[in-house]
Design a protein. Structure first.
Length: 161
């Protein structure tokens, strides 16, 4: 995925210093109870769909936009299932970022769209039964999925202190 223009502009000012950025993650569950995953082009492993919010964008709008951009599926965000902070990530060019991820449980809109690779971020997109997830699913995504499927109406968050 190309770096968004607003981040490139920030990088001109601050260089590789750590940026704290808002992100969203979608746990899309179809009527059969299956979860939509993408085979990520950058990491070559399966994961949930999501990305960085654009300036001024509401998180629910951003998660719907990201799912459509990556999988061609229109979704309705139903509820927040968790809020997570990633470790500081260092990219190959030395830039550092840390993300606060708001995760939404979403349902696909009832217009029968089949998921498809819709941009260069995904190598494959498809639904999986929660009992038969890919072995290489990122550990953080396993936790987000677990919280979204738990049935607990409260959003998960961690508190230190």
């Amino acid at each position: 995925m190309p770096t968004p223009d607003f981040i490139l502009e920030l990088r001109k000012q601050i260089g590789p210093a750590t940026l704290c950025l808002p992100g969203v993650c979608a746990v899309v569950i179809n009527s059969a109870g299956q979860v939509l995953l993408q085979l990520r082009g950058d990491l070559k492993r399966w994961g949930l769909l999501g990305g960085i919010l654009e300036p001024g964008e509401e998180p629910a709008d951003g998660v719907a936009r990201e799912v459509f951009e990556e999988a061609g599926v229109r979704v309705e965000p139903e509820r927040i299932t968790g809020v997570y902070t990633t470790p500081v990530l260092t990219y190959p060019n030395g830039d550092r970022a840390q993300y606060t991820i708001t995760t939404f449980r979403c349902r696909p809109m009832p217009d029968g769209q089949a998921p498809r690779v819709n941009d260069d971020e995904s190598l494959d997109v498809r639904y999986f039964d929660p009992a038969d997830l890919p072995a290489d699913l990122h550990a953080a995504h396993v936790d987000r999925l677990k919280h979204a499927l738990s049935g607990d109406p409260a959003a998960y968050f961690k508190r230190r202190g």
